[in-house]
Write a protein that binds this ligand. Structure first.
Ligand code: HEC
Ligand code: HEC
Ligand code: HEC
Ligand code: HEC
Ligand code: HEC
Ligand code: HEC
Ligand code: HEC
Ligand code: HEC
Ligand code: HEC
Ligand code: HEC
Ligand code: HEC
Length: 462
C-alpha cells in the first residue's frame, strides 16, 4: 500500500483510514494532535497535482471576473440595497488570497460549481466533500454529520467549523480551528442554549467549565499547546474533530470504556500506576463500580491537586473515596466491613484534618492515589510489613507496634458485634438511670422546700 493512498485524501480513504486504524497508527506518535494536524508531503504533492490540472490553469482569470463585482462591498450594497446581505455577498480579495484555497490560486467556481455569469442561475450548495472525501466520510459517521432525529438537520457542517471564505490551515493562528482558539468555534453552538435544546441537549456549560479547569488554564493562561483541547479528548488522536461521537457511544474516546486510555495518551505514567492498582484491575475486569480517572477528577472541571476546588485535594479526598467506600451495600458486596470514611473521621488524623490541619494523613497518604492495593497484597502500602515505611514518611522512627495500631477506629456499631453492643447498651442504661436518679432526688428536695414546708425553706433564715 503506497504512502499516498494510505493517507486517504486521493483515494477517499475508504476502508483505509477507519478510526481504529487511526488509533493504532498513532501509538508511536508522541504529542497529541501532531501528525495529522500538519499536511504530510504525500498529501500535498498528490493534491497539488490534481489542483493544478483541474483548477489552477483556467481559474485565475475567472476569480478576477467574479471579484469585479463581489470584491466590492459598495457595489454589492448598491445593487442589493441591503447592507447586511451585501456583507454576505462580498469577498475581500486580499483576505481571500491569503486563505488556503486562495493561496493555491483556486477560482471561485472551484467551490461554486456551475454558477455561471451574472445574472446567475440557480445556485448550488458548496460541496467541500467533493475534494475532501476523507473528511466528508468521517463527518457523515459522526454526531455532527448524522441527520438528527429531533430536527432532521445535520448538527454541524464544514462551514460551521471552518467558515466559508476564511479557511486556513489548522496550524495557522488565524484558523477557526487553531488549537489555542478552537474552543471559540465549538462554543458558538455549545453555549447556545436555544440551539442545543432543539437537539435535545441541556448542558451548555461544557466550554466555561473547561476554561476554568487546569487544562483550560494551561491553554489560555500559559499558552500550552500540549494542554488537551476539545478534540483531543473527544476525537481520535490525530484526526480529532471529524469523528466526534456521543459520549454514550462505546467508540467515543470519552466513553467509560475508553476514558482511561484517552487520558493515558498524555498521562501515561499515572495511567500505568492506575493499571497496576486494584481500581484499574477491577476496571479491566468490567466492574461497573470501579472508579475511572473522571470518577475522582471530574470531566471538564479538572482542577490541580493543590486547588481547594479539587475533589482530590487532601481536604476533600476523603469525601471522594467515601462516595463508594462508605456505602453499606458497597461494603457488604465486597466484604470490606466497616465504612472507612466514618472510621477515618474518628481517627486522630481525621479529626485534625477537619480542623484544617492539612499536613496530617488523608486517604491517599497511606493508600496512594493510583496504585491502591488491598492490605493482603505484599506490595500494598498498607501491608503489615510496609506500615513502618508508610507511616514513617511522616513519623520518622515510628515503631512497628504503633504503626500496626488500628487506623480506621472501629466502634462496636461498625463491627455489629453482639457482645460489644450489649456492653455499650449496658453502659448507656447505667449512666441514664444514674442521671435520672440524681435529678429526681434534687427535684423532690426542692419540692419539699418550696411547696410542702415553705417556712423551713431558704428565704426565712436570711
Ligand atoms: C456583474 C456582477 C457580478 C459578477 C461578475 C458575478 N456576480 Fe455573483 N452576484 C452578483 C449579484 C448582484 C448577486 C446578488 C443577486 C441577488 O440579488 O441575490 C450575486 C450573487 C451571487 C451568489 C449568491 C447566489 C444566491 O443565490 O444566493 C453567488 C454564490 C455568486 N454570486 C457567485 C459568483 C461567482 C462564483 C462569480 C464568478 C463566476 C460571480 N458571482 C460573478 C453579481 C455578480
Ligand atoms: C473553498 C470553497 C469556496 C471558494 C473557493 C469560494 N467560496 Fe464563496 N462560498 C463558499 C461557501 C461554503 C459559502 C456559503 C454558502 C454555501 O454553503 O453554499 C459561500 C458563499 C458565497 C457567497 C454568498 C452566498 C449567499 O447567498 O450567502 C458569495 C457571493 C460567494 N461565496 C462568492 C464567492 C466568490 C466571489 C469567490 C471567489 C473569490 C468565492 N465565493 C470562493 C465557499 C467558497
Ligand atoms: C476543488 C477542490 C476543493 C474544494 C471544493 C475545497 N477544498 Fe479545501 N483544500 C483543497 C486543496 C487542494 C487543499 C490543500 C491541501 C494541502 O495542501 O494539504 C485544501 C485545503 C483545505 C484545508 C487545509 C488543510 C490542511 O491540511 O491544512 C482546509 C481546512 C480545507 N481545505 C477546508 C475546506 C472546506 C471547509 C471546504 C468547503 C467550504 C473546502 N475545503 C473545499 C481543495 C478543495
Ligand atoms: C465540529 C467542527 C468541524 C466540522 C463540522 C468540520 N471540521 Fe474540519 N476540522 C475541524 C478541526 C477542529 C480541525 C483541526 C484538526 C483536528 O482537530 O482534527 C479540522 C481539520 C480539517 C482539515 C485539515 C486536515 C485534517 O483532517 O486535520 C480539513 C481538510 C478539514 N478539516 C475539512 C473539513 C471538511 C471538508 C468538513 C466537512 C465535510 C469539515 N472539515 C468539517 C473541525 C471541523
Ligand atoms: C480532558 C478531556 C476533555 C476535554 C478537554 C473536553 N471534554 Fe467534553 N467531555 C469529557 C468527558 C470525560 C465527558 C463525558 C462526561 C460523562 O461521562 O458524562 C465529556 C462530555 C462532553 C459533552 C457531552 C454533554 C455533557 O452533558 O457533558 C459535550 C457536548 C462536550 N464534552 C463538549 C466539549 C467541548 C465543547 C470541549 C472544549 C471546550 C470539551 N468537551 C473538552 C472530557 C473532555
Ligand atoms: C454548528 C453547531 C455546532 C458546532 C460548531 C459544534 N457542535 Fe458539537 N454538537 C452540536 C449539536 C447540535 C450536538 C448534539 C447532537 C446530538 O445530540 O445528536 C453536538 C454534539 C456534540 C458532542 C456529543 C455530545 C453528547 O451528547 O455526547 C460533542 C462531544 C461535541 N458536540 C463536541 C463539539 C466540539 C469539540 C466542537 C468544536 C470542535 C463542536 N462540538 C462544534 C452542534 C455543534
Ligand atoms: C480513586 C481516585 C483516583 C482515580 C481513579 C484517579 N486519580 Fe488521579 N489523583 C487522585 C488523587 C487522590 C491525587 C492526588 C495525589 C497527591 O496528592 O499527590 C491524584 C493526582 C493526579 C494527578 C496529579 C499528579 C500529582 O502528583 O500532582 C494527575 C495528573 C492525575 N491524578 C491523573 C489521573 C489519571 C490520568 C487517572 C486515570 C488513569 C487518574 N488520575 C485516576 C485520585 C485518583
Ligand atoms: C492532550 C494531553 C492531555 C490529555 C488528553 C489529558 N491531559 Fe490532563 N493535563 C495535561 C497537561 C499538559 C497538564 C498540565 C497543565 C498545567 O500544568 O498547566 C494536565 C494536568 C492535569 C491534572 C492536574 C495535575 C496537577 O498538577 O495537579 C489532572 C488531575 C489531569 N490533567 C487529569 C486528566 C484527566 C483525568 C484526563 C482525561 C479525562 C486528562 N487529564 C487528559 C495534558 C492532558
Ligand atoms: C467509584 C467507586 C470508588 C471510588 C471513588 C474509590 N474506590 Fe476504592 N474500590 C472500589 C472498588 C470497586 C474496589 C474493589 C473492591 C474489591 O474488589 O474488593 C475498591 C478497592 C479499594 C481498596 C482495596 C480493598 C480490598 O481490600 O479489596 C482500597 C484500599 C481502596 N479501594 C481505597 C480507595 C481510596 C483511598 C479511594 C480514594 C482515593 C477510593 N478507593 C475510591 C471503588 C471505589
Ligand atoms: C494513616 C493511614 C491511613 C489513612 C489516612 C487511611 N487509611 Fe485506610 N487503611 C489503613 C490501614 C493501615 C489499613 C489496613 C488495616 C485496617 O483495615 O484497618 C486500611 C484499610 C483500608 C481499607 C480496607 C482495605 C483492606 O485491604 O483491608 C479501605 C477500603 C480503606 N482503608 C479506605 C480508606 C479511605 C477511604 C480513607 C480515607 C477516608 C482511608 N482509608 C484513610 C491506613 C489508612
Ligand atoms: C502524611 C503524613 C502522615 C502519615 C503518612 C501518617 N501520619 Fe500520623 N500524623 C501525622 C501528623 C501531621 C500528625 C499530628 C502530629 C501532631 O500534631 O502532633 C499525626 C498524628 C498521629 C498520631 C497521634 C499521636 C501523635 O503522635 O500526635 C498517631 C497515633 C499517628 N499519627 C499514627 C500514624 C500511623 C500508625 C500511621 C501509618 C498507618 C500514620 N500516622 C501515618 C501525619 C501522618
Amino acid at each position: 500500500m503506497s504512502e499516498l493512498s494510505r493517507e486517504g485524501f486521493c483515494m477517499g480513504g475508504r476502508g483505509e483510514s477507519t478510526p481504529r486504524d487511526a488509533r493504532t497508527d498513532s501509538v508511536a506518535r508522541e504529542a497529541p494532535g501532531r501528525g495529522d494536524l500538519f499536511p504530510r508531503p504525500g498529501v500535498v504533492s498528490c493534491v497539488l497535482l490534481a489542483a493544478t490540472l483541474v483548477v489552477l490553469i483556467p481559474s485565475l482569470a475567472a476569480a478576477q471576473s467574479c471579484l469585479a463585482c463581489h470584491g466590492s462591498h459598495e457595489f454589492m450594497a448598491g445593487v442589493t440595497g441591503d447592507s447586511a446581505r451585501a456583507a454576505r455577498l462580498s469577498v475581500d480579495p486580499a483576505e481571500f488570497a491569503s486563505t488556503v484555497h486562495g493561496a493555491l490560486g483556486f477560482s471561485c467556481d472551484a467551490c461554486h460549481v456551475g454558477i455561471g455569469d451574472f445574472p446567475h442561475g440557480a445556485s448550488h450548495r458548496v460541496e467541500c466533500g467533493g475534494c475532501h472525501y476523507r473528511e466528508r466520510e468521517q463527518l457523515a459517521q459522526s454526531v455532527h454529520g448524522r441527520s438528527h432525529p429531533l430536527t432532521g438537520e445535520e448538527p454541524a457542517t464544514c462551514v460551521d467549523c471552518h467558515s466559508d471564505h476564511h479557511i486556513r490551515r489548522p496550524t495557522d493562528p488565524r484558523s477557526t480551528v487553531y488549537r489555542l482558539t478552537q474552543f471559540e468555534t465549538c462554543a458558538v453552538c455549545h453555549q447556545d442554549a436555544e440551539r442545543m435544546r432543539r437537539f435535545g441537549q441541556e448542558n451548555v456549560r461544557t466550554v466555561t467549565t473547561y476554561l476554568n479547569s487546569v487544562h483550560g488554564r494551561g491553554l489560555l493562561a500559559k499558552g500550552l499547546t500540549v494542554a488537551p483541547v476539545c478534540t483531543d479528548c473527544h476525537g481520535e488522536r490525530g484526526s480529532g474533530a471529524h469523528e466526534i461521537q456521543e459520549v454514550a457511544e462505546a467508540t467515543c474516546p470519552m466513553n467509560r470504556e475508553r476514558v482511561v486510555e484517552t487520558c493515558g495518551r498524555c498521562h501515561a505514567g499515572i495511567t500505568a500506576q492506575y493499571d497496576r492498582g486494584i481500581h484499574g484491575e477491577q476496571f479491566r475486569e468490567g466492574n461497573p463500580d470501579a472508579p475511572t480517572c473522571i470518577s475522582c477528577h471530574a470531566e471538564h472541571g479538572i482542577q490541580p491537586v493543590a486547588s481547594p476546588e479539587s475533589g482530590v485535594n487532601p481536604r476533600h479526598i476523603s469525601r471522594t473515596c467515601t462516595a463508594c467506600h462508605d456505602q453499606e451495600e458497597f461494603n457488604a458486596k465486597y466484604g470490606l466491613g466497616v465504612a472507612r470514611g466514618r472510621t477515618f473521621d474518628r481517627s486522630f488524623h481525621g479529626i485534625a484534618l477537619r480542623s484544617g490541619q492539612v499536613t496530617v494523613a488523608s486517604c491517599e497518604s497511606c493508600h496512594g492515589a493510583h496504585e491502591i492495593l488491598p492490605s493482603s497484597d505484599p506490595n500494598s502500602t498498607i501491608h503489615a510489613d510496609n506500615l513502618v515505611a508508610t507511616c514513617g514518611s511522616c513519623h520518622p522512627g515510628i515503631g512497628k507496634g504503633v504503626a500496626q495500631g488500628r487506623i480506621h477506629v472501629v466502634s462496636f456499631v461498625d463491627e455489629k458485634s453482639a457482645v460489644g453492643l450489649a456492653v455499650q447498651w449496658f453502659y448507656i442504661l447505667v449512666i441514664g438511670v444514674t442521671v435520672l436518679y440524681a435529678v429526681g432526688l434534687i427535684a423532690l428536695d426542692q419540692y419539699r422546700y418550696r411547696v410542702v414546708d415553705p417556712r423551713r425553706g431558704g428565704g426565712r433564715h436570711a
